[in-house]
Design a protein around this ligand. Structure first.
Ligand code: SF4
Length: 155
């Protein structure tokens, strides 16, 4: 089994409540996927204000050295941490082999996030959930590695 960001399967879980364009996830064997949205599991509503990590990356948020703030300046760090913990619980429950996560998200990003200025500038790094999964030895991949390009998927 693998976790997959719910938005990659067309669920309207994104902060603005919109649906992503169809992705490669739709061609994956659905019986092997557990769709998850850490921000919803952290108790945030949909739609919700955009949020970005301030002063670091997901790993820093886990250490208490960075915050997640939304565009209203509200501290939503605890919701992001709660969502990450719920995803890790599911990862353990299902004994997943990995997680396919939507890149760029302050939760799910695995290669990049945004720099905290809400100006659309990317920076290399991981979101809070991605960082927690990685810390616990769970391989994470972004949407460019979706089946069938991930050769280990059938194992
Ligand atoms: Fe939810 Fe992650 Fe998709 Fe954002 S990127 S909507 S947190 S599943």
């Amino acid at each position: 089994m693998y976790l997959v960001s719910a938005c990659l399967l067309g669920l309207k879980t994104r902060f603005d409540g919109t649906k992503l364009a169809p992705s490669g996830a739709m061609a994956m064997p659905l019986e092997k996927l557990v769709p998850v949205c850490p921000e919803q599991l952290g108790g945030l509503s949909t739609p919700r204000l955009p949020a970005e990590i301030q002063g670091g990356q997901g790993e820093d948020v886990l250490k208490g050295a960075a915050l997640v703030l939304n565009t209203a300046g509200e501290n939503v760090t605890e919701s992001f941490l709660q969502g990450a913990r719920e995803i890790l619980y599911l990862a353990c429950l299902y004994q997943v082999k990995g997680a396919f996560l939507k890149d760029g998200s302050p939760s799910c990003g695995s290669c990049y996030t945004y720099d905290g200025t809400f100006s659309g500038r990317r920076c290399p790094g991981t979101g809070v959930t991605a960082a927690l999964l990685r810390e616990n030895g769970i391989p994470i991949f972004n949407e460019t590695k979706l089946f069938p390009r991930y050769p280990d998927f059938k194992k």
